[in-house]
Design a protein around this ligand. Structure first.
Ligand code: AFP
Length: 290
């Protein structure tokens, strides 16, 4: 872990790494549906709700942040008399529809110096934990993107320092092809003509981890009837956007850098293009011409 990180911020990052271990331990317990829906109308898994409770209760206990916003809650939680002014945005269990088929899922976290209804570029740190064959933690505090792997004792070890997204030919396209809008269809056609290989699992964390290490582009575009896309600005796009940007890539809604957008509500959604700069420039060029 970098030594030049503020002690309080480091404490918060360690909080999430510790609680990631707890969440991982829950996978053996309940893989069923909770019978409730989240604020986006999506069915919640029992583990979604449990992971959300684990993180919120832990943060309330430590009083290490003032604001908590999570994908499972309809309102921002404000802690009374906190020890720090930080605000955190959390997707407790991203890709949870894949839990019952044992595919990789993850936890996404973004940390702000204060309130969370701010452009993503104000984040001071972002991280995700990927629960795959290995449990890994990918982190940026603005000084490079680093990977850690959890060992058999539950300790995270640094395995890759200052990761830079390579030039690669992978594309991870969400949404239904029959609903593609014309500019997006041209973008995908161009990637396919260039020989990009399809890799889409349904878990944003897993798909982005692959793009970070192998290059290429993840996209969940706006489509017919769903022009604003599907993924959440606060909980998915912004933290992952900071990580991929700090690794030398970028994130766009097809027109502008997503990190520059000021959210007006916690449930804002956005079309996403996240990955290499070359691919981001291509979609923005195609959309400008449209
Ligand atoms: P959950 O966190 O609700 O499981 O959502 C997963 C997700 O937001 C993201 O991880 C995937 O990339 C995307 O949805 C998959 O969406 P489709 O099921 O429409 O392909």
């Amino acid at each position: 872990m970098q030594c030049n990180v503020d002690r309080k911020l480091l404490g918060l990052i360690l909080f999430f790494s510790e609680h990631g271990k707890t969440i991982k331990s829950g996978f053996l317990k309940a893989r069923n549906k909770a019978g409730t829906k989240n604020i986006y109308g999506e069915e919640q898994m029992a583990l979604d709700k449990w992971a959300d409770e684990v993180l919120i209760n832990g943060l309330k206990k430590t009083r290490s942040v003032r604001y908590i916003a999570t994908e499972e809650q309809s309102d921002i939680i404000e802690i009374n008399d906190p020890e720090n002014e930080y605000g955190v945005v959390i997707d407790p269990l991203d890709g949870s529809s894949l839990i019952d088929v044992n595919l990789a899922v993850g936890t996404i976290v973004g940390i702000y110096p204060g309130h969370v209804l701010e452009p993503g570029e104000k984040m001071i740190a972002a991280m995700y934990i990927l629960y795959g064959p290995l449990t890994t933690l990918t982190l940026t505090t603005g000084n490079g993107v680093h990977d850690f792997v959890m060992d058999e004792n539950g300790v995270f070890f640094l395995t890759a320092k200052d990761i830079k997204i390579p030039d690669g030919r992978i594309y991870a396209p969400g949404a239904l092809r029959k609903d593609y809008l014309p500019a997006h269809a041209r973008f995908i056609e161009s990637l396919e003509n260039e020989g990009y290989k399809l890799r889409f699992s349904g878990s944003f964390v897993a798909d982005m981890h692959q793009i970070l290490h192998k290059g290429g582009i993840f996209t969940y575009p706006g489509s017919k009837g769903k022009e604003k896309g599907k993924l959440r600005l606060l909980f998915e796009a912004n933290p992952m956007g900071k990580i991929i940007t700090d690794a030398g890539g970028g994130i766009s809604n097809g027109k502008i850098d997503i990190l520059s957008i000021k959210p007006d509500a916690i449930d804002n959604i956005t079309p996403i293009y996240a990955g290499g700069k070359k691919e981001i420039e291509l979609i923005e060029k195609i959309m400008r011409k449209n």
